[in-house]
Design a protein around this ligand. Structure first.
Ligand code: NAP
Length: 541
């Protein structure tokens, strides 16, 4: 059986960087990846119009400035292919491919005698001291238990399992879900698929704000390249990981005319997240302030969507807050002006079931050839679907009432087991979070390796890094309190596993799957733990 100091699972943004960092420590490391190539999210999500919805310059690593100069980003929003090409470039540039194995899925991990034994889909088994599952929160597709799903006779696809181009020309396509993936797919289908008819099926209308997808000017890029360290410091210190400065002016401190100007600038901004971080300080804390944003977006919908019926179906209900992770997508409302694009809103015409021929609502049967599920991901699913056995219990037992963690990177009582973007990670722009977590994990492994060398007698003696249950409980209590105090708690979403097919019932109430204090507070917290000599962890042989 092959044996390594460390095994990394997943070749996305997180796994690639983790492999690089552990190689830097001089460890023997192997990365295993389920897909046949590099990319992670950016391999699996090749649906029409898949792109980052955050500024392209943040869809680069911060630790390789050289590549920034030689591998510029062409547009404000990078399409999936471009991000995947960048990751491939980084793997090649740093000679990482020889440490990777593809088309190999981790099935089980069992801890015995101070190491992990891993079994893969290929039948191979390996041993490792450290296991880092960089499998991500948006990996396991959420296939909802919708009545009649098995009866549909056409093709059924999920947005997150779309590893190649699919021919939808001339077909009648239904899209379920209107989160970020659903909005992007609808625009992609309307513009480039040649589909005969596209119908969006929504449980409730969403608020969608356009982002700028055009080319970046040399001036814009030079400004970032020349102030790179400052720029990344700004991203690290911003709750959403984008570099916005904290706002200080509350909504109702300015006149209605002034507010309109601020909202109009946000609507036209490069980044569609502007409404929550570039307008007023209280959009996410005061319902009345939040409603002002909602009303502005509704006025935009009224101006853009020409057909009164479609307009009504696309307009969120009067009491619907702007309280989900913002959906950012250029050209979204405009596509509904195409004759072949329509929308069904279940609040107006309730859903009955999926039939052999399509989707039945109370008023009619919508006949379809293809059903696309843009129904999201189980945020804890990429770990829950691996059979993980620690020294005292399985992960399934540990998560009997829903996923928990210490700082989103490990589980109490599971030695030398780490996750990148594990449950209760900060919900934020991903690359800065990933870098922070990988650096944190690498620091702990580096410390363990130093201790091992000091205590080494007659060969290797592994040091076990284990989070305490007390530390995990304390962290979970903080996550719950942040969640319950947040506006997002007032709406259903993936943040609380509301849509997850395998959601667990918990005596504490809803599952809290994310840390809602912002990236800056999260990384400050991690730094405090490091400064406190890794408070909440034990390092023992
Ligand atoms: P999501 O935000 O969880 O949205 C899932 C959608 O499916 C929601 O509209 C939900 O409706 C609907 N849905 C779920 N179960 C359903 C059911 N049983 N029947 C009908 N509708 C159902 O998933 P996502 O859009 O894939 O996004 C996942 C994450 O990836 C988010 O953080 C997102 O922002 C991110 N993302 C980022 C990018 C990027 O460019 N960086 C692109 C895509 C996605 P309700 O709203 O009614 O619950």
């Amino acid at each position: 059986m092959d044996s390594f100091d460390a095994v990394v699972i997943g070749a996305g943004f997180a796994g690639i960087y983790q492999l690089y960092k552990l190689r830097e420590l001089g460890l023997s490391v192997k990365l295993f990846e389920k897909a046949p190539e590099v990319g992670g999210t950016w391999y699996w999500n090749q649906y029409p119009n898949a792109a980052s919805d955050s500024p392209s310059e943040l869809y680069r690593y911060s630790w390789d400035k050289e590549v920034l100069l030689n591998y510029p980003w062409p547009t404000h929003v990078v399409p999936q292919k471009e991000t995947q090409a960048y990751l491939k470039h980084m793997v090649k540039r740093h000679g990482l491919k020889k440490h990777m194995k593809f088309s190999t899925e981790l099935k089980s991990a069992s801890f015995q005698d101070s190491s992990w034994t891993l079994s893969f889909s290929t039948g191979e088994t390996v041993k490792t001291t450290y296991l880092i599952a960089a499998t991500g929160a948006f990996n396991k597709a959420n296939w909802p238990k919708i009545p009649g799903r098995e009866k549909f006779s056409g093709e059924q696809y999920h947005s997150g399992i779309w590893p190649e181009k699919r021919d939808l020309k001339g077909k009648r396509v239904g899209v379920i879900g209107n989160g970020s993936s659903g909005a992007q797919i609808l625009v992609g289908l309307a513009k480039e698929s040649g589909a005969k008819q596209i119908i969006a099926f929504h449980r409730e209308a969403a608020y969608v704000v356009p982002n700028q997808i055009g080319p970046v000017s040399a001036e814009y890029r030079d400004n970032i390249v020349n102030n790179y360290d400052e720029f990344w410091k700004g991203a690290r210190n911003c709750p959403l990981g984008y570099g916005f400065k904290p706002l200080t002016t509350p909504t109702f401190d300015v006149s209605a005319e002034e507010r309109e100007k601020v909202y109009e600038a946000a609507w036209n901004d490069v980044m569609a997240f502007s409404f929550v971080y570039k307008t007023f300080s209280d959009v996410l804390t005061n319902d009345a302030a939040n409603k002002e944003v909602c009303d502005f977006i509704k006025r935009k919908i009224a101006k853009i969507v020409e057909d009164p019926g479609k307009r009504a179906r696309l307009t969120p209900a009067p009491d619907a807050l702007y309280a989900k992770r913002p959906v950012c997508c250029a050209g979204y409302y405009e596509i509904f002006n195409q004759d072949n694009v329509d929308v069904v809103n279940y609040q107006m015409t309730p859903f009955v079931g999926i039939t052999e021929k399509g989707i039945q609502t109370e008023d009619k049967l919508h006949e379809l050839d293809v059903l696309v599920y843009a129904t999201g991901f189980e945020s804890d699913g990429s770990w829950a679907s691996i059979d993980i056995s620690g020294p005292n219990q399985t992960l399934e037992q540990h998560w009997a009432e829903g996923a928990t963690s210490y700082l989103g990177v490990t589980e109490a009582g599971f030695p030398n087991f780490f996750m990148v973007v594990g449950p209760q990670s900060a919900v934020t722009n991903m690359p800065p979070l990933i870098e922070g977590q990988v650096n944190f994990i690498t620091g702990m492994i580096s410390k363990a390796e130093s201790l091992r060398k000091e205590t080494e007698v007659n060969g290797k003696k592994a040091i076990l890094i284990t989070a305490t249950q007390e530390a995990e409980d304390e962290y979970m209590a903080e996550c719950r309190s942040l969640a319950e105090g947040s506006i997002y708690y007032k709406d259903k979403s993936f943040l609380f596993a509301d849509n997850h097919t395998s959601r667990k019932s918990s005596k504490n109430g809803r599952n809290v799957l994310w840390y809602l204090g912002g990236l800056n507070k999260y990384l400050d917290k991690v730094q405090e733990v490091i400064d406190g000599d890794y408070r909440g962890f034990t390092f023992a042989s």
